[in-house]
Design a protein around this ligand. Structure first.
Ligand SMILES: [Zn+2]
Ligand SMILES: [Zn+2]
Length: 247
């Protein structure tokens, strides 16, 4: 079921809960190993997988991230597939054809795979798909073959910060991946994998083992969280159990 929406300045942000579960056997590790240095229990980590639907006052729809996708998606080796994104959208009365813009925070398989259906065609066929050049440049493997290639005519590639739909901006936040980006609408920041666990809000220096560049990710996390705190922003997180966190 979708989590409760947040409405700010006439813009509605709805967390869509694509899946809930631990990582699969191939990369399952206790939390204490995933976040070295944080005081976390030696138990498996249960993640939520959130996408966010933004509805602006003119009823334009922007989707941030597309989740883990179908049973055979690139996320299927480790994530609890299939994702339920289209069911979550239906639960709030939205059909994929209604979505005008899709923002991919980064090209990890649990954020991008739901953009393509199990028939290999784009799910959001009328949407521009916004991603950063620096992530596209390093795309490879199953995500390139099964996600990016089918989307090639729908891609909207940006370099750095940009307004990608009226009132919706993306900001380049490298480290987790080279072209990781967050999305902002009003006071809400959809943070992708800038933070993976609440322990990183208390201490942004806590590393995450699957950050591509852990040093850069920690520096970016500290800088961006400082800025969001100064803005008194609300974080909309991909993997926390409670999707919204007011800083
Ligand atoms: Zn959830
Ligand atoms: Zn990621």
């Amino acid at each position: 079921m979708p989590h409760q929406p947040l409405i700010v300045s006439g813009v509605e942000v709805t967390p869509l809960c694509d899946a809930v579960g631990p990582m699969g056997a191939s990369i399952l590790r206790p939390m204490a190993e995933m976040f070295p240095g944080a005081d976390l229990p030696e138990e498996p980590w249960t993640l939520h997988f959130h996408c966010f639907l933004i509805r602006d006052p003119a009823d334009r729809l922007t989707l941030v991230d597309t989740g883990i996708g179908a049973a055979g998606s690139p996320a299927s080796s480790w994530a609890p597939v299939p994702g339920s994104l289209t069911g979550e959208l239906a639960a709030v009365g939205v059909s994929p054809a209604d979505v005008g813009t899709v923002i991919l925070t980064h090209l990890h398989s649990d954020h991008a795979s739901g953009a393509v259906g199990d028939d290999g065609t784009p799910v959001f066929a009328d949407a521009r798909h916004v991603l950063q050049r620096a992530d596209l440049d390093v795309a490879g493997g199953q995500v390139l073959d099964q996600v990016i290639t089918p989307l090639k005519d729908l891609l909207h590639v940006v370099d750095g910060d940009a307004e990608v739909a009226p009132g919706v901006r993306v900001h380049l936040t490298p480290g987790h991946t080279p072209g990781h980006q967050i999305a902002r609408v009003g006071e809400v920041a959809m943070t992708g994998d800038l933070v993976l666990h609440p322990a990183q809000l208390a201490d942004p220096a806590v590393r995450y083992v699957y950050d591509d560049d852990q040093e850069q990710a920690a520096a970016t996390r500290a800088r961006v969280l400082d800025g969001l705190r100064a803005d008194r922003a609300v974080l909309a997180t991909a993997h926390f159990a409670d999707p919204f966190v007011r800083l």
